[in-house]
Design a protein around this ligand. Structure first.
Ligand SMILES: [Fe+2]
Ligand SMILES: [Fe+2]
Length: 398
């Protein structure tokens, strides 16, 4: 199967995965194994569905690699969050129903543990109309996956707990799911503003962790509440919210380094990554390779280096299933992730430089780690050449 942007659907393409309704995880808009009617395209775009998985000869093995169950669990978490947040926003409910979230997180966590899904795949929730909910679900999933990779570090950093408690990630998941809940109290015109904030608007926006903390305090564990309050703290200092001395009201220096609880450090990084890779009303989605480059350059020092390193090992610069253009102008699909050479994955060629389709892409496989004179130059119409150097540096650093 192959992931195809909705605008590039061609007549005759058959769905490899059903397309769920964005607002109902249990109902499908289009069924698996059916040809996609061209007339459905405007509707898909209107609903904020940007990509679909279609059948592709000889790429069927991707069906096993990209686990369908994971997407379903993520949608279930998303739906719990969405239903609950909407009730609070409409005034139908006075508070968040935490028990609903807890069971959805438990399901997702148990699934991640047993599926041993090692790295992040090209199957992330995207939703135009409900950014807050899809973003919260993505951060929850990413942080739990990253936490699973860092079990030893968690035991070390949370030394007051038993090892079993230290690596229990359900509180992390809950904190991440609720991390931006305070944004419900930020006016929409600030929240959705396309340009830069004025200093006053920024001040209001930066209050969202405090608003969120007030909403969840006493309803969730202090560990999860900490994540809500401190998910914008930078490892090098200088994040927000500003701390104040309770007695005098004077500002205190911001937290930094290991003063910041480890779950907050995990959430900070996953939050930045997901926000940047998500399509928003005011910016298109950036490819992973671009966001990873920006994190390593513009965000230098923001993240705990141990967590950051582990993150680069689970987040492929070119996720499996992504369609890319090579420097020889061949269009290809990424079929493998090699953490030791993240900028040079294995690809299978789909279309020649002159536009002819390769009948069997598996016969046209190129390992870019071997054929180093060929590189990936374009992803989803973005020229990625400026971002490759940071990927190649990672190889040298090993
Ligand atoms: Fe936030
Ligand atoms: Fe966020």
């Amino acid at each position: 199967m192959l992931r195809v942007p909705v605008r590039r659907i061609e007549p005759g393409m058959v769905l490899a995965r059903p397309v769920p309704y964005p607002n109902d995880p249990y109902r499908f808009l289009l069924q698996r194994d059916r040809e996609i009617p061209m007339s459905a395209i405007p509707q898909l775009e209107k609903l904020g569905i940007f990509d679909v998985w279609v059948r592709h000869r000889s790429l069927e093995f991707l069906e096993d690699v990209i686990d369908e169950g994971l997407g379903q669990r993520q949608r279930e978490v998303y739906w719990q969050v969405r239903r609950n947040f909407e009730e609070v926003m409409s005034g139908a409910s006075l508070g968040l129903d935490i028990s609903d979230f807890q069971s959805a997180i438990s399901n997702l966590f148990d699934f991640l543990k047993q599926s041993r899904c090692g790295n992040v795949l090209l199957d992330k929730l995207d939703s135009f109309d409900c950014y807050l909910m899809s973003h919260s679900t993505n951060v929850c999933y990413l942080a739990m996956l990253l936490g699973m990779k860092l079990e030893r570090y968690l035991i070390e950093e949370r030394s007051s707990k038993t090892p079993q408690q230290a690596k229990n990630l359900k509180e992390l998941g809950l904190g991440c799911l609720l991390h931006d809940v305070g944004k419900m109290k930020v006016p929409d015109e600030i929240l959705n503003k396309p340009g830069r904030f004025t200093p006053e608007e920024r001040e209001i926006m930066e209050l969202h962790p405090v608003y969120g903390y007030e909403m969840v305090k006493g309803r969730v564990s202090p560990t999860a509440a900490q994540v809500v309050l401190n998910h914008h703290q930078r490892y090098c200092g200088g994040g927000y919210p500003q701390r104040v001395d309770v007695a005098t009201g004077d500002p205190l220096p911001t937290m930094q380094g290991k003063q910041i609880p480890i779950f907050c450090r995990l959430a900070t990084l996953c939050d930045v990554y997901d926000a940047a890779t998500t399509k928003r009303i005011y910016h298109s989605a950036k490819p992973a390779v671009q966001v990873l480059h920006e994190m390593r350059t513009f965000c230098k020092g923001f993240f705990d280096p141990v967590i950051e390193q582990a993150f680069y090992e689970i987040i492929p610069a070119f996720p499996i299933g992504q369609v890319v253009t090579l420097s020889n102008r061949i269009e290809a699909v990424v079929v493998d992730f090699n953490p030791s050479q993240p900028g040079r994955p294995k690809v299978q060629c789909l279309r020649s430089a002159t536009g002819e389709t390769f009948q069997d892409p598996s016969l046209e496989e190129i390992d870019l780690a071997i054929f180093t004179d060929i590189e990936i130059v374009e992803v989803e119409e973005t020229d990625v050449r400026p971002y490759l150097a940071t990927q190649y540096e990672m190889e040298l650093a090993r």
